[in-house]
Ligand binder design. Structure first.
Ligand code: ZN
Ligand code: ZN
Length: 243
């Protein structure tokens, strides 16, 4: 499994970073984890082959994770000239959110040149998405737009967990247990912040998770100002990781 962080930033471009978008390659399959508002720019900068992406898994409907979808779809239609199917999977409510986002961003009827499947995932159940075994796990962030998810992804003998946005919740233990790579949002250094992870809290729980490798992402200016005191690996835009 090979990953590239097209974007590892928060909603506020802290540190000048792009919104969340992680490109995952496993064998012949390519997926995106989240597609934030700035993700088309980020993917172009990272040199990602947009036409080769099989599926996009969305953790929740905040614009820094989901706002890039209208740009992605129009780019596929007009520039990539996609003809093969695309899957977008996400929390229940995905179909309505997709329709609203497209209507708001680029109004008007549009016939796509490719088959688009919008799949609302079954939370807590293992399901096959783009050839990968994916378990969506409900986390603790902001359910006003629908349940916010972490994903446990098993493919090619490797296990990846992406927390999405969340404050600490015990469901992360099951989601990330023994993973080859646990990508965890870590917004704050010591100060507790509702809906987001704080490093001092995460540290206490990492032994119970037992992930082989941990990479922190979605860092705020607060976290970025404490990097000298952070012993865990932190993502940067463009970073490539192999597990
Ligand atoms: Zn976010
Ligand atoms: Zn969020």
């Amino acid at each position: 499994m090979k990953l590239q962080f097209a974007g590892c930033g928060d909603a506020f471009a802290s540190g000048g970073r792009f919104n969340t978008c992680i490109h995952v390659t496993s064998g012949e399959r390519r997926i995106l984890l989240d597609c934030g508002a700035s993700s088309l720019v980020a993917m172009k900068k990272a040199g990602i082959d947009r036409g080769a992406i099989d599926a996009i898994l969305l953790t929740h409907f905040h614009a820094d994770h989901f706002g890039g979808i209208p740009f992605f779809i129009l780019d596929q239609q007009l520039n990539v000239k996609r003809t093969r199917p695309l899957l977008i999977a996400g929390p229940p409510g995905l179909r309505d959110w997709y329709a609203r986002a497209m209507a708001l961003a680029f109004p008007g009827e549009r016939t796509l040149s490719f088959e688009l499947e919008l799949r609302e995932v079954d939370i807590g159940a293992v399901q096959t998405l783009a050839g990968m075994q994916v378990t969506p796990v409900h986390v603790k962030h902001d359910d006003r737009a629908g349940p916010c998810l972490a994903y446990r992804i098993e493919s090619g003998g490797k296990t990846l967990c992406f927390s999405g946005d969340t404050e600490w919740t015990d469901t992360l233990i099951d989601a990330a247990r023994g993973a080859d790579l646990f990508i965890c949002e870590c917004y704050m250094f010591e100060t507790l912040r509702k809906s987001h992870m704080t490093l001092s809290v995460l540290r206490r729980h990492l032994p119970a998770i037992g992930a082989k490798r941990v990479i922190l992402t979605h860092l705020s200016e607060d976290m970025l100002s404490h990097l000298a005191d952070v012993e865990l690996e932190c993502a940067v835009d463009g970073m490539v990781v192999e597990v």
